[in-house]
Every structure is written in C-alpha cells, then in structure tokens.
Design a protein around this ligand. Structure first.
Ligand SMILES: [Zn+2]
Ligand SMILES: [Zn+2]
Ligand SMILES: [Zn+2]
Length: 144
C-alpha cells in the first residue's frame, strides 16, 4: 500500500500515454500490500468496469515494458505483479508461500544479493535485474 506514489505522474514520465484503464491497473497494483496475479487484477478491475482479459494482459505487458510494474515469478509457474522500483520504492525480494500461493514483499535491508563479484569477473553479460524469491510457508499457513 502506498500513498506516496503519484500514478498519473509515473505513467506520464514513463513515456507511456495515460488511459483510464492503464491508470486503474497501475493503481490496483500499487495499492495492493503484496504482489498480485493477473486474475486478481482483472477481478478488482471488473468491480468498477468491464475490461476483457486480453486488454488487461496487454496493459500489464506495457506497464512491465515501461518499467512501471515488475513481473515476479511465483512458485506455481504463474506471475505476480508489483510496483517496479522507483523513487519511493527500493528493489526488494519476495517470499512465496508454497501452501497458499500468496507472495509477500520482503524488506530491502533483509535480503540483498551482491552482484559485484560477478560484474568484476569476466562475465560478459550486462545485469539488468536481479530476482530473488524465498519459498516457504507463510505465517497464516503455519498457524493452521
Ligand atoms: Zn509508492
Ligand atoms: Zn500461506
Ligand atoms: Zn514487492
């Protein structure tokens, strides 16, 4: 959940044209306390207006391509969507519950991966993004 991000401003600065559906999708993702699936985004969107799945997937591709949203791989071979790192949000890792499939954002300071040794080595590639996922059993599922 975030009340620091100005979603209109984020879209405009990404170079992506602003449409009501793009803004709604970005708001739904930004207002969620944890990364959510495309199905959850579609369900939230359709509470206020009817948008077909193809349109939503196309919007998600655009938002990911313009680095507003991050596509996060979950353990169930589907994806979750969360806000991409920006001025208000540092890059961070995620926890995936193997029981219920929920993902949680981890605090940036708790897990970090040092890519410097790799960059200093003779590795010829350019690192664009690092994704670290911790799999386990969430608090709710442990209590049951
Ligand atoms: Zn924010
Ligand atoms: Zn769980
Ligand atoms: Zn996150």
């Amino acid at each position: 959940m975030c009340n620091q991000c100005d979603y209109v401003n984020l879209i405009e600065h990404s170079g992506l044209g602003q449409t009501p559906n793009r803004l709604r999708v970005l708001e739904i993702i930004g207002n969620s306390p944890h990364p959510i699936s495309a199905q959850e985004i579609i369900a939230a969107l359709n509470q206020s207006r009817d948008v077909n799945r193809v349109t939503v997937y196309r919007i998600l591709d655009l938002l990911v391509g313009n680095k507003l949203v991050e596509r996060i791989s979950a353990g169930d071979r589907s994806f979750r969507y969360g806000l991409a790192p920006n001025a208000n949000h540092q890059p961070h890792s995620h926890f995936y519950c193997v029981e219920c499939g929920e993902m949680e954002c981890l605090r940036p300071e708790h897990i970090s991966l040092d890519t410097e040794p790799l960059e200093r080595s003779s590795f010829p590639g350019l690192i664009e993004r690092v994704e670290v996922r911790i799999d386990g059993i969430c608090e709710d599922c442990r209590r049951q």
